[in-house]
Structures are given as C-alpha cells and as structure tokens.
Design a protein around this ligand. Structure first.
Ligand SMILES: *Cc1c(COP(=O)(O)O)cnc(C)c1O
Length: 397
C-alpha cells in the first residue's frame, strides 16, 4: 500500500454525521426509513442511489468498502459475509454454464471444495494446475477459460505465482484473473499487476485480531457494479455492519501489523532453517525460497507472517511439536495478533483427496505457523522447547 493510500484509508468515512464523532459511527440497522410513500417508491426505482435495506447497502459497510479499495489500489470494493462468500459471489456473478475455470491446486481447502463439489453441479468445469510455470497455464488456457483463480503466496505451501505473466494470459483469452490476496494483505496489490479481481478473507489480516468473519472483492468499478453487486443484492451474502465496523478499525493498523508479523516471521524462519529437527522452512522472504526474488518484487519486500515447516518424524513428530507449543494457539485461523499453529493435512486441508494433497506436496509432517505480534525471543524460546520435546519423545518411542 502506498503511504498516501494508507493516510486516506485512516480517514475514509463516507458515513460521518453532523455530531462530529471522531471514531466512525456504526450503523447497526437492517433498514432505512422514507419520508413518505413517494420517496420509498422513488428510492426503490433508483437502485444504489440511496440506503434502503442493509442487504443492498449500509453506510458502515460502505466505509469498509472505501477503505478496502484504498488498501488494494482498486477503483471500488464490495464486502461479503466471509471469504468463501466472496469467492462464491465472484463465480456465480461472472461464470455461465459450460464455462471453464483454471485454479491453482495450491489454494485454500474450501476453495477446492466449492469448485469441485458445489459448482460442478451447475456445469462449471474446473481444472487444477499444480505448477507455477506460466507456459503450463498458457497451454491450459488455450482450451478456453472464463476465470483463472490463484493465491500467492499459497496456503499452506507458499507457492508464488507471477501475477503480471498470468494477467497477460488472462487478457489474451478474455478471461478474468482472480487473486486471493489473503497472505499479503496490505503489502501486495495484484490489480496493479493486471489482475481483474482481488478477494480476501477479511477474517484474517484485515480484522487482525481473530474477532469476526468477513470477505471482500476489489476491482474496476464497472465490473463490480454491473456484475458483482447485482448478485450480492439479491443472493444476500452481505456483510453485517457490525463486522464491517470491526474490520474497518482493524484496517487502521494493517501496514504496521504486517511489517511486524513479517519481521518476526523472517527472523524465526532464518533460525528454524538451521535447526536440526526441521527439514524445511517455506517462507517467501528466505533467500532459499524458490521464488524469493519474484515474491519480494510483488510483496513490497515483505514475506508476511505465515511460514510452513516440515518437521522431522512424520505426522507423530509434527503432532508432538504442535502439542508441546505453549505460546501458539491450536486453531484453524491465521493473521491474528496471537501466534497460531495448524496441522493443515488433518484440519484445513483434510478434505483434499490423497491425490490432491500429493499434487501440492502437502504431507503429514507439514506444520503451518502464523506468527503473531509477540516479541521474537518469546516465540523463539517456545519453538525451541517444542522442537526439543518432539525430538526427545521420538527417541523414547
Ligand atoms: C480463510 C481463507 C479463505 C476463506 O475465508 P473465510 O473468511 O473463512 O470464509 C479463503 N482463502 C484463504 C487463502 C483463506 O486463508
């Protein structure tokens, strides 16, 4: 995010009242009143021009939308009830029966479920690509494509896609490139690299304190208002104003938090890489990451707060490590101020078939860490004792 975008984000508040409140008002209301029957009829006749009902629009949600657009350097943004609702909305609003979707196989588990189980029923075909090689994506796109969906870096394997290259492939095929930008909220702007739409699970870094579920979609105003908004208005994946308010306040500290998460994560990743109990560390700011240079160009030089470890000792070793950690919560979320540890193969990515897991190299010794805002030395000491406990127990068995 550019400094000027951040400064504008802090003050973006289209719903300011004459009462001169400094923090933003929370419009916790499901509907808005009319001065008379004639005004009601007029407002219903001009959709989008006035507040009518909070499934359609709401001033607190509008404030969040403005802030999210600034965060992504996009023309406009719309919010949804969750990250998955954002993805569902994008697909339902832009795809037709018979369309083909190309999706990276290294994406959030529920994304694969949504495409393979629920949308396949409606005649939307999906092909997954395990590769980050642009040539393979170009070849796959030649068979026709409406939507290309990627995460970069991906969850949990930290695979990095060349966004400018992928955007060119999408343009050549008149397809839309959709980027799930969850991992690099506030430090990567895929729209500036040619993406058509950016989506987030606002549940993660945008809230940043693990409080509410939310999602958003960012892109060109015309695409959003002509295709995406009509679906949200009638299908109802709208975000609650309360959640919008919480996420708006979270956004006010996003760049500071992301810089802190990234700094601590890189220091710990560097240290863990040399630890005998750790087979591999995946973090894009490490020079050993296969796409380090590309990631640093795309991500304003930041690696983010997530890292993926391969712990020695298989699933048992990974679980012993997880159970021995004291300063990391065992929970499926990430992007919180509190550090979190997750075993993707048996939780967030449990529903993937053995084949799907193999395609992205997701094995049982993989552990994902979301580094919070705790001081580095506290986390380091905790990781050290947990790795020692995992190794000691291995010797006992
Ligand atoms: C969490 C997550 C989602 C889904 O978001 P929800 O808010 O849980 O619906 C989508 N993509 C990624 C990368 C995520 O981490």
């Amino acid at each position: 995010m550019k400094p000027s975008q951040y400064a504008d984000l802090l003050r973006a508040n289209p719903g300011a009242t004459p009462l001169r409140e400094h923090a933003e008002a929370l419009y916790l209301t499901s509907s808005f009143t009319f001065t008379g029957a004639a005004q009601a009829a007029e407002f219903f006749d001009t959709p989008g021009a006035n507040y009518i009902y909070s499934r359609f629009s709401n001033p607190t949600v509008a404030m969040l939308n403005e802030r999210i657009a600034l965060m992504e350097g996009g023309e406009a943004a719309l919010s949804t009830a969750s990250g998955m609702a954002a993805l569902m909305t994008i697909i339902m609003a832009t795809c037709e029966q018979g369309d083909r979707v190309l999706c990276s196989s290294s994406v959030f588990g529920a994304t694969i479920q949504l495409l393979s189980v629920h949308l396949a029923k409606f005649g939307i075909a999906v092909e997954y690509l395990a590769t980050t090689e642009l040539d393979h994506w170009r070849q796959a796109a030649e068979k026709g494509v409406a939507l290309i969906i990627v995460e970069t870096p991906s969850n949990p394997m930290q695979k990095v896609m060349d966004l400018a290259g992928l955007a060119q492939i999408a343009r050549d095929r008149r397809a839309l490139l959709v980027v799930d930008n969850c991992f690099c909220a506030g430090c990567q702007q895929p729209l500036s690299l040619g993406a058509s739409l950016v989506m987030h699970s606002a549940t993660k870094y945008l809230d940043g304190q693990g409080r509410v579920i939310g999602g958003c979609i960012v892109g060109a105003k015309q695409l959003l208002m002509e295709k995406i908004y009509p679906f949200i208005r009638v299908a109802g994946p709208a975000l609650s104003p309360f959640n919008a308010w919480v996420i708006s306040k979270g956004l006010e500290t996003l760049p500071l938090r992301m810089a802190a998460h990234s700094k601590t994560a890189l220091a710990l990743a560097t240290w863990l890489e040399a630890h005998p109990q750790v087979q591999q560390v995946l973090h894009t700011a490490l020079p050993s990451h296969p796409s380090h240079a590309l990631a640093m160009r795309q991500q304003e030089g930041l690696g983010g707060g997530l890292m993926t470890l391969r712990i020695k000792g298989g699933k048992a070793g990974a679980w012993r490590f997880i159970d021995a950690l004291k300063k990391f919560s065992i929970t499926a979320n990430f992007g919180d101020s509190k550090s979190i540890v997750t075993h993707p193969a048996t939780t967030t990515h449990q529903r993937l078939t053995a084949e799907e897991k193999a395609a992205i190299d997701l094995t049982d010794e993989i552990v994902r860490l979301s580094i919070g805002l705790e001081p580095e030395e506290i986390l380091k000491a905790d990781l050290e004792q947990a790795l020692a406990a995992a190794a000691f127990n291995a010797q006992c068995h």
